[in-house]
Write a protein that binds this ligand. Structure first.
Ligand SMILES: C[S@@+](CC[C@H](N)C(=O)[O-])C[C@H]1O[C@@H](n2cnc3c(N)ncnc32)[C@H](O)[C@@H]1O
Length: 287
């Protein structure tokens, strides 16, 4: 990321969510604050999405990713989890929409420049931060997440859920593994939701290749290049070594099948995966 500057990719992701509300009728992910937090940038995001049909796949990817993560967070809250951490929060609005509940704490962690810009936008949009919102600044590449969270009052002895959306591909492998090792060593019942891209090389043909190329080109132009891809088996091995005992990993076909079961599966290609990993065995589903 460019030193001291607000993350341009955070603006991009927020723009996809805003466009999803207007163009897709919030079909997958309903975020009533998505347009408001963008302020004057909302119109441009929607106009860009309308002008370039190639952005549709990316828009749905971002919408499905947020839905997957928020479903997991709300399930965890229903099971009694009260500490949620949004890593690399960007302009994500979960903390400002989640139902307030006794004891809830939602900590947003980000680069200081991005966090400052978010707080400016929240104020400009008159979106009040509920009392459960806590801010912690951290550079995952150079600072200790454990220290940043401890300084913000995070209780490492209580199970927590971490939402880490659209961040892993921009980090180096050591920074990613340091964060996963930290979460994997937390109290049983802790979970992390993140997305990653499987190895760049196998991505072949079709719409997913196009999405990948759009993301890569935009990330480069933003000064936030994609740095890390994972082969799925190797990543799972690492997760298990870090203490994760349940791993749900949706590949691109499974993501589409989850949210659009009526669509036929495509042939196997690389691309974005959604992961929900937990430090306890998988939780039984609630009715
Ligand atoms: C593509 S944006 C995603 C934002 C948000 N999670 C979302 O889904 O809209 C990437 C986010 O990762 C953050 N980020 C990237 N590198 C980081 C680092 N080294 N330390 C802390 N945050 C970082 C950026 O500030 C930005 O908020």
């Amino acid at each position: 990321m460019r030193e001291g500057q607000f993350s341009r990719t955070a603006l991009g992701a927020a723009g996809r969510r805003a466009a999803h509300q207007v163009i897709d009728g919030a079909r997958v992910f309903d975020d009533p604050l998505a347009l408001r937090i963008l302020g004057p940038d909302a119109d441009a995001a929607v106009a860009e999405a309308r002008a370039d049909p190639a952005l549709r796949g990316l828009r749905f990817y971002v919408a499905m990713r947020s839905r997957f993560a928020e479903d997991a967070a709300r399930r965890a809250i229903a099971h009694g989890i009260r500490q949620i951490v949004v890593l690399g929060a960007g302009l994500d609005t979960f903390a400002y929409r989640v139902e307030p509940i006794e004891g809830l704490r939602v900590t947003e962690v980000d680069h200081p420049a991005t966090q400052a810009e978010k707080r400016r936008r929240l104020a400009a949009a008159a979106i009040a931060a509920p009392s459960h919102v806590v801010y912690a600044a951290c550079d995952f590449e150079t600072e200790s997440l454990a220290d940043a969270l401890a300084a913000s009052g995070f209780d490492a002895g209580r199970p927590s859920v971490f939402l880490w959306l659209g961040v892993v591909p921009y980090l180096t492998e050591p920074a990613i593994f340091a964060t996963l090792a930290f979460i994997g060593a937390l109290a049983g019942g802790s979970e992390v939701v993140f997305d990653y891209s499987s190895m760049a090389a196998p991505i072949a043909g079709g719409g997913r290749r196009r999405v990948h190329e759009i993301v890569r080109a935009r990330a480069e132009a933003a000064g936030e290049p994609l740095r890390t891809f994972f082969a799925t088996p190797a990543l799972h091995e690492k997760l298990r070594a870090f203490g994760f005992r349940s791993i749900e990993d949706l590949d691109p076909n499974e993501i589409v099948a989850r949210f659009f079961p009526e669509r036929a599966a495509r042939s196997s290609e690389g691309g974005g995966h959604f992961v929900l990993a937990g430090t306890s065995p998988p939780r039984a589903a609630t009715a």
